[in-house]
Write a protein that binds this ligand. Structure first.
Ligand code: ADP
Ligand code: MG
Length: 705
């Protein structure tokens, strides 16, 4: 039979799988635009969910408008003013029966627009009311002119606002979605979660949930809908979380089916390293180390996340894993997110491993020219341990026998980056992939560990080495900066060492460096009898190392720095930390910074300098920092305050972008998600595939390839 456009009859079997071009009115051009949004099949349209809703079902009196709220108002133009002071603008004052005035403000307008908005004109406007100096205003509201006495025609349903793309207006998109919804089958055909599981977990009709979120009735609870807490949205959020869980599990299963070299040495190197350490491992370190050893002795790849609070001693655990690889004749790559952190690792690994006859190679982005060629040569000819930044993943870096990849501070790398290192596998021809060990100091809240990290096994180093004293934290207004400097002075005279961290958020490294230079000058002047060092991101790695070394050696009392010291830096004698502009930093970053002190036996202090007035969020963050040193509590709180995308640092890469689910809001769904997920994978794999195809669509098809 010749191919032809699908019609109602051919769509009957699986309307969802029908290409969008089969819908009436969807020609090739529109189909192409839709494809840019990932909307290729009819079911992609069913699951293209509104971002928010606009309520144009009623008209709000101007007197009842509240700042921050979006609303529809009807009014008569009473005055028009064109201004040019800073840039052209048009101000249109309207009034209604409530006898209040609302200003409509336009910065972009054309002549005909300004001519049409004459006094006496009746308008129906929709926009967000905000408080301005002279009263309420709306900036660039949508509006339409009403003619004569004709009453404003309000909508009957809430208006969904969809994610869209250039060249596709809301109305047109909503029209296509409506056509797709007309093909929505009954639940019996639509539902992919088996009926008994739906009953068990109280999952309501999928069809009704979809129809509801696309076309909420006028009496729908807009507050609930806006916050995603409506039962219909929760039903869909459940399915979306389930799908993401399934897809991560599937990814993991696919990796698990591959083969890796067994890393199981004699344990001799391990014994020798441990014997030379000035400390014994904590119970948690021993346990996690054993978990890793067991994993890497298998012929399938390990995918393990080791989480441990700052200072919990992850580095030595990683070094022990590296030894097993070396004893098995395999190479180890250790990758860190910043050059400084990579250098710290290099320092420790060289110190620990070279006495054992192990070769430690160095490959960072700044290694160039001949040095780079030599490093590459060493890597290719089998250097035991290779340490570096993401430069390790670049093209042209090839390993002889890569058996273990260690990634530190995982939250800065994405899944993609993890995968690309994996592909530098030990013996690609033979299909061997390296084992993967991921270290993170940002504890992953349980809820995220269950979903975002479902592709990894998790070990926790939940115990700090003995003798650490918790850091006392206080917040002080910048108005009392001088007192703080005095306090540092006194501490330095007692032989203590301090960090002074400048945290300008400015995008350029140059401005950040300048701020640090200014603080350095200020402190040098105030503390003329102490030695003050400076370190920032614009310095050469060698220069940074020199400064770090003299701080470590106790030759400097104060180290002024930008946030380059955020991760991994280890100077046990430093017991005082001042963080400037602490109100601008997120919790995770504050916690990381504070983790630089409290590493020795001396009682440590952290001063959070802030610039008043404090906003609500900043106030809460500083309070959390004062209340606790517990990384897990801080991470949970961080998730609550910021949302998971930012906590994981994946916002830009969009890895964790959900259409409807929100990990912090919907965390209560996760236990059931996991149970249903297990059941589906065990007993209904077809359905699991169906869910992935439905929700992840094009991306999943790609990942499968
Ligand atoms: P993190 O988990 O933040 O990466 P590190 O591995 O840098 O922590 O360890 C922090 C400090 O604690 C280092 O100086 C390290 O040598 C030391 N350390 C690690 N394990 C122990 C232990 N069991 N006992 C005492 N000190 C330890
Ligand atoms: Mg570390």
């Amino acid at each position: 039979m010749p191919p032809r456009r699908a019609n109602a009859a051919t769509m009957h079997s699986d309307p969802g799988a029908t290409p969008v071009s089969a819908l009436p009115g969807v020609g090739p051009a529109l189909a192409e635009t839709l494809a840019r949004l990932g909307l290729e099949r009819v079911q992609d349209l069913w699951f293209h969910l509104p971002l928010r809703y606009e309520d144009r079902t009623r008209v709000t009196a101007i007197a009842d408008l509240r700042p921050g709220e979006r609303a529809q108002v009807e009014g008569v133009v009473e005055a028009v003013e064109r201004g040019f002071r800073y840039r052209p603008q048009l101000k249109v004052a309207i009034t209604d029966d409530s006898r209040q005035t609302l200003v409509l403000r336009f910065f972009h307008f054309n002549r005909s627009q300004s001519e049409q908005l004459k006094p006496g004109t009746r308008l129906l406007c929709y926009g967000e009311a905000r408080q301005a100096a002279q009263g309420l205003e709306m900036v660039h509201p949508q509006y339409q002119r009403l003619s004569g006495d004709e009453p404003a025609a309000v909508d009957e349903l809430l208006t969904p606002v969809y994610p869209t793309t250039e060249g596709l207006g809301q109305k047109r998109l909503a029209g296509v979605i409506a056509k797709a919804l007309a093909l929505l089958p009954q639940d019996a055909q639509l539902e992919l979660i088996p009926a008994e599981l739906c009953t068990e977990h109280g999952l309501t009709s999928l069809r009704e949930a979809l129809l509801y979120v696309h076309r909420p009735p006028p009496d729908a609870n807009l507050g609930q809908l806006t916050t995603g807490r409506h039962p219909a949205q929760q039903r869909l959020a459940f399915e979306e979380l389930l799908t993401q869980h399934l897809s991560l599990k599937r990814m993991r299963a696919a990796v698990r089916r591959r083969h890796s070299p067994r890393l199981q040495g004699t344990g001799e190197l391990r014994e020798r390293l441990l014997a030379g350490l000035p400390f014994g491992l904590t119970g948690a370190q021993q346990r996690v180390s054993a978990e890793i050893a067991k994993d890497i002795a298998q012929a399938n790849p390990m995918l393990r996340l080791v989480q441990g609070d700052v200072g919990s001693g992850k580095t030595i655990v990683a070094a022990l894993a590296a030894l097993a690889a070396v004893e098995s004749g395999q190479q180890v790559a250790l990758m860190a997110p910043t050059e400084l952190l990579a250098e710290q690792h290099r320092h420790h690994f060289t110190h620990w491993l070279t006495p054992l006859g192990i070769e430690v190679a160095w490959l960072a982005g700044k290694v160039t020219g001949k040095a780079r060629q030599q490093a590459l040569q060493r890597v290719a000819s089998g250097a035991h341990v290779v340490i570096g930044t993401h430069a390790l993943m670049q093209e042209g870096v090839s390993f002889a026998q890569l058996g273990l990849v260690i990634v530190d501070e995982q939250h800065r790398f994405g899944v993609q980056q993890r995968l690309s290192l994996r592909d530098k596998g030990a013996d690609h021809e033979a299909g061997l992939v390296p084992h993967q060990l991921v270290l993170t100091a940002t504890p992953i809240p349980r809820t995220l560990a269950m979903s975002a990290y479902a592709d990894l096994d998790v070990s926790s180093i939940d115990e700090l080495p003995p003798g650490r004293t918790p850091v006392q934290t206080i917040a002080i207004s910048n108005a009392r900066r001088f007192d703080v400097i005095e306090r540092i002075h006194a501490a330095c005279l007692e032989g203590r060492q301090a960090y002074w961290v400048c945290t300008l958020i400015e995008e350029s490294e140059q401005l950040r460096a300048q701020a640090a230079e200014v603080a350095h000058a200020e402190l040098s002047a105030a503390l003329s009898d102490c030695r003050i060092g400076l370190i920032h991101g614009r310095m050469k790695p060698k220069e940074k190392q020199v400064v770090m070394d003299s701080f470590k050696a106790g030759e400097l009392s104060v180290l002024v720095s930008t946030t380059v010291i955020e991760v991994g830096v280890d100077v046990p004698n430093a017991s005082l930390m001042v963080i400037e502009n602490s109100e601008r930093l997120g919790l995770a970053q504050l916690h990381q910074l504070r983790g630089r002190v409290g590493r020795g036996a001396i009682a440590s202090n952290c001063v959070l300098l802030y610039q008043p007035p404090l906003g609500q969020l900043a106030r809460e963050r500083l309070q959390v920092m004062r209340d606790t040193n517990d990384g897990f509590r801080i991470a949970e709180k961080d998730l609550e305050l910021r949302g998971p995308g930012e906590v994981l640092g994946t916002r830009q890469t969009g890895q964790l972008s959900f259409r409807i689910a929100d990990l912090s809001r919907d965390a209560h769904l996760l236990p059931a998600v996991q149970q249903v997920g297990e059941q589906l994978l065990a007993h209904h794999p077809q359905q699991a595939e169906g869910l992935i195809a439905r929700w992840i669509g094009a991306a999943a098809r790609y990942a499968h390839a």
